[in-house]
Write a protein of this length. Structure first.
Length: 548
């Protein structure tokens, strides 16, 4: 695999080694997929790990795309196709939730119902009334005489005319049934209740308590027991061939498919449902979740009985190292350039210069990623763009590419973390023109004052810890100024550490801590004035970092 003269070859316009998102990366994903151990685990029906956790761009969607390509029985459920906005727009459900009636049982039942119906439809190919009737006949014969499973049969018979309609229609029907029961429970007991926020405000405390009582009673009486029997039937009577594996794939839960408050509750209910449906052995439900979204779900639903430890066995954390990313780049470059560049295979080292400054080109590029495939692919694509109509990728091409790549990655980080940290761009700007590493105590009050003043103008409610600390500092008395300034610095640095764009060396005896190193743990209080901050190389070019 020797480097060869390339005078007959030029890099063409629009050459790339793949797309940023797996959904549009079929050309490269199919030929260049690299299993670093995660795919094997996901494909294994016996392995409980089925909730894929990782940062944006780490390859979560690629794993699902690969399963869909490789496996025969796959059911894709798109969040936006579930008509869950119908639930969030329900005045009746919002009325009862506003009074403190927990709908968690309903959300759990909703997922179980949806997934059970999808499994039955897929297995028996129910897309017509004739096939539906055939399925019910089969089910009757299987359960004939088994009194314990008759409840399951009754539940399915209630829905028999809806089995072949789309998921959206079924969810609307399911929601309508609960709304009707809730409404009837109140109408029969209390007259003239208006199911709106205004109507709720008009109720006396005594009436609110009464409405809440009846609402809780209706929700607790939903058919969760019958549905549990159906799961038992699926496990013991229908999905009995362990060689006939079925996968349900749910991706893109981080997108805007429903209002955030409802989304967190639905995701928590989905996680609980996955655990419950593990009983159906040849079936595996695989879901992708961004790390920050999972953490928000845990935070927002922690009062509803969700305990992370109970579900840890379901979580598959996806992460990469440099060697794995180098193999991925080799595969993609080879797929792009083989037979164009030479008659043999072509790898990264054949195309890029041996060294940039004193380190290898691959090390230089991967040092400027957050160890995610998307970062590495985007950097190489930008290098190809800067090298179009040239016969080789040069050091100057890479350094030109780095400026655009660095700017694009910072914008990507802002988008990734916007929900949790909407003012991230302002936090990052405190590093402009700084040295690549510096002591915490070199961050002065004067340089932070404009940022703190601006952040203190934003409301504390529903904002991140940095905004809250800015308000505490701005409105505190002079005695506490220094205390709150230190807390502000600790928290802004911790947020930037959590995002991955700074490393922290707590003291002389410690190594530099980066968030991708799972052996490390860091909390804001551990960051001291004498601690050192290391700015990630992904920021250097855009922020004009002094790297001497």
């Amino acid at each position: 695999m020797a480097r060869i003269p390339n005078s007959n070859f030029v890099f063409k316009k629009n050459m790339s080694i793949g797309e940023a998102d797996a959904e549009n990366d079929h050309k490269f994903l199919k030929e260049c997929f690299l299993d670093i151990g995660d795919y094997e685990i996901l494909q294994d029906i016996e392995n409980p790990k089925s909730i894929v956790i990782g940062r944006t761009g780490v390859g979560k969607s690629a794993l699902l795309e690969q399963i869909e390509m490789d496996c025969e029985r796959v059911i894709r459920i798109e969040p936006e196709a579930l008509a869950l906005r119908y639930i969030s727009n329900s005045t009746i459900l919002n009325f009862f939730e506003g009074l403190g009636v927990s709908l968690d049982i309903f959300y759990n039942l909703l997922w179980q119902h949806t997934l059970v119906v999808e499994l039955i439809k897929n297995k028996y190919d129910i897309d017509s009334e004739k096939k539906q009737e055939s399925f019910f006949s089969l089910l009757h014969s299987k359960l004939n005489g088994d009194k314990k499973k008759q409840q399951a049969l009754k539940y399915i018979e209630e829905w028999q005319d809806k089995f072949w309609v789309d998921t959206e229609t079924r969810i609307k029907e399911f929601t309508d049934k609960l709304e009707e029961k809730l409404k009837c429970s109140i109408d029969s007991k209390i007259l003239d209740v208006k199911f709106t926020s205004e109507g709720s405000a008009l109720l006396s405390e005594e009436l609110k308590s009464e409405v809440k009582y009846y609402g809780k009673k209706v929700v607790s009486d939903v058919q969760i027991e019958k549905l549990a029997k159906i799961i038992k039937v699926l496990s013991e009577d229908i999905f009995v061939d362990h060689q006939q594996k079925t996968y349900i794939l749910i991706d893109r839960l981080d997108e805007n498919w429903v209002d955030d408050e409802l989304r967190y509750k639905l995701i928590r209910a989905l996680i609980e449902t996955i655990k419950k449906l593990r009983k159906i052995n040849p079936v595996k439900i695989i879901v992708t979740l961004r790390t920050d979204l999972l953490n928000r779900v845990l935070d927002k639903t922690k009062d509803s009985g969700f305990q992370r430890e109970k579900y840890e066995s379901l979580f598959l954390y996806v992460s990469w190292n440099k060697d794995q990313l180098k193999k991925l780049l080799d595969k993609r470059i080879n797929h792009l350039l083989k037979y164009q560049y030479t008659n043999s295979q072509v790898f990264f080292d054949d195309v890029f210069p041996p060294k940039i400054n004193t380190i290898s080109s691959s090390e230089y590029i991967l040092d400027r990623t957050l160890l995610r495939p998307r970062d590495a692919i985007m950097f190489v694509n930008t290098c190809l763009l800067e090298s179009q109509e040239k016969t080789q990728i040069t050091n100057s091409s890479i350094q030109l590419a780095e400026k655009k790549y660095s700017s694009d990655r910072i914008n990507s980080l802002k988008d990734e973390w916007f929900v949790e940290h909407p003012y991230l761009d302002k936090y990052i700007n405190i590093f402009v023109n700084r040295k690549k590493s510096f002591k915490v105590n070199t961050i002065t009050e004067n340089e932070l004052e404009p940022l703190i003043t601006e952040l203190a103008g934003f409301p504390v409610e529903n904002n991140d810890i940095v905004v809250k600390m800015a308000n505490l500092y701005f409105y505190c008395n002079q005695i506490n100024t220094n205390t709150y300034l230190i807390k502000f610095i600790q928290n802004i640095l911790y947020v930037l550490y959590k995002i991955g764009i700074v490393g922290i060396k707590v003291d002389r005896a410690s190594s530099v801590r980066w968030v991708h190193d799972r052996t490390q743990d860091l909390i804001p209080e551990k960051i001291e004035l004498t601690s050192s901050v290391y700015i990630h190389k992904i920021l250097w070019r855009t922020l004009a970092i002094d790297n001497r």
